[in-house]
Unconditional design. Structure first.
Length: 461
């Protein structure tokens, strides 16, 4: 892997992000009575897409918004411009990653939209999001944020609208926890603008179309697992190389499983919540491949996991997979609305480096520095920042955040008594005899047992 390419600046990226930041700052104060500084951010967004098919509509929308007279269609145009700019940043960064590590993407094969969604509900959601833009993050209050509740309630029974409903519900809950906006010391400007723009574009009829789904058969070779934990939910996303049974080009795929959780279940106890829903986790913990038969997969490379269509296969060591199969694997394309720098997560293998831990963990590869995102190392496995610091090879996800590429470790190799020993973040996914893992699992079991007993008593009353 050419780490030097990851440290070189990407042409035009800084200008794109500056335009997005200018617009995001305009949303902070609201667009009901915009100030000159907000108008500058709006005009900067319009100027950034002046050479695109969006130019005329965005220029009009920016002018109306700067005058405090923007309508719902104008806000949609501004959200589209912002999303297009971040999509171009995503594409430029992805192209740089492909140049550094090799590999290619397939074609974006999207299915047409499914059944038409009720337009009145989409318009109701758009109206609420437009009111948010007019008030701005400083102007939010419980009455305004609460306006999302009836819209979400009406959407949830319809499977076609559930994606948008979940986004609106989570966004509204986050805003409600921060009300009133006038008293906030710090505002997550980029995050709230991301959620706002994405939700607004999903109100456009047809935007909630269903991606193409096909069935695949072949061998799945796990690379590692990315664990994402919140107070009330946990998700494990397994990254893998899929080798089709017909001998076609190997593909990079993902398989995810999520579960609700009590906040008292942490660390290795998380696997107890996830294991019953995906046999792949046991295979991952045992270092084995899986044989798939007619497993559904989306056009973006997400396996719609069904245990009935998978069986455990032969031993498949992730570092061997990374050295032999990963360089030839082709990535699936990213859907238009999902093109965002934060979505970049490319499996890579880095070897032959020195570790500098004087200011965080940094891998020095032939004089080029690649920072390790140690905060993403999960507590649900034996992999630790200390293990990364003592390693000689690292299998991880290449991400982009805060203006630079970062490496999220999934597994490392280090030398113990002159032998190469692998340490995996998902080593405890299928169960463990490791003392620390056993203690964490027992604590989680006790916590879940107590919670079930309490829930049972409440239900009997």
């Amino acid at each position: 892997m050419r780490v030097d390419l990851l440290t070189d600046p990407v042409e035009g990226l800084a200008e794109v992000l500056d335009a997005v930041d200018g617009f995001d700052r305009a949303l902070v104060g609201g667009l009901l009575r915009p100030q000159p500084g907000q108008a500058e951010g709006l005009n900067g967004l319009a100027a950034a897409v002046a050479g695109s098919p969006l130019a005329t509509r965005v220029a009009e929308a920016a002018g109306k918004a700067a005058a405090g007279a923007a309508g719902e269609d104008h806000f949609v145009a501004l959200a589209a411009a912002r999303t297009a700019l971040l999509g171009s940043a995503h594409d430029a960064l992805t192209a740089r990653v492909r140049e550094a590590v090799g590999g290619a993407c397939g074609n974006d094969d999207r299915a047409p939209a499914g059944a038409e969604q009720p337009v009145n509900l989409l318009l109701a959601a758009r109206s609420w999001l437009s009111d948010l833009a007019r008030a701005g993050w400083r102007g939010i209050d419980h009455e305004l944020v609460g306006g999302a509740a009836p819209v979400v309630s009406a959407m949830l029974p319809d499977p076609a609208l559930r994606r948008l409903a979940a986004l609106l519900d989570g966004f509204a809950a986050e805003l409600a926890a921060c009300c009133p906006g006038a008293t906030l010391e710090r505002i997550p400007v980029r995050r709230w603008a991301d959620l706002w723009a994405r939700a607004l574009l999903l109100t456009v009829p047809g935007a909630l179309g269903i991606p193409a789904v096909t069935e695949v058969s072949g061998r799945l070779l796990p690379l590692g697992v990315d664990v994402q934990e919140h107070a009330t939910a946990v998700q494990a996303q397994v990254h893998a190389v899929f080798e089709p049974a017909d001998g076609a080009t190997p593909r990079l795929v993902r398989a995810s499983v999520s579960a609700p959780k009590p906040d008292s279940v942490v660390g290795a106890g998380l696997w107890q919540l996830l294991r019953p829903h995906m046999s792949l986790l046991a295979a991952l913990g045992e270092g084995r491949a899986m044989d798939l038969a007619a497993m559904p997969v989306t056009a973006e490379g997400d396996l719609l996991w069904d245990d009935a269509r998978a069986r455990t296969g032969e031993v498949a060591e992730p570092f061997t997979t990374a050295r032999v199969a990963l360089p030839t694997a082709v990535a699936f394309p990213t859907a238009a609305l999902d093109r965002h720098p934060t979505r970049i997560a490319v499996p890579v293998l880095v070897e032959g480096y020195a570790v500098d831990d004087t200011d965080g963990l940094v891998l020095d590869v032939a004089g080029c520095r690649l920072r390790v995102d140690a905060d993403r190392v999960p507590a649900a496995g034996p992999l630790t920042p200390e293990a990364v610091a003592a390693s000689s090879a690292c299998l991880g996800l290449l991400r982009w955040d805060a203006g630079e590429f970062l490496l999220q470790p999934l597994a490392v190799e280090r030398t113990v008594r002159k032998k190469a020993v692998a340490v995996h973040a998902g080593a405890w996914a299928g169960g463990t005899t490791d003392k620390a893992g056993v203690r964490a699992e027992k604590a989680a079991t006790d916590a879940v047992t107590v919670l079930r007993e309490r829930a049972g008593r409440l239900l009997r009353k």
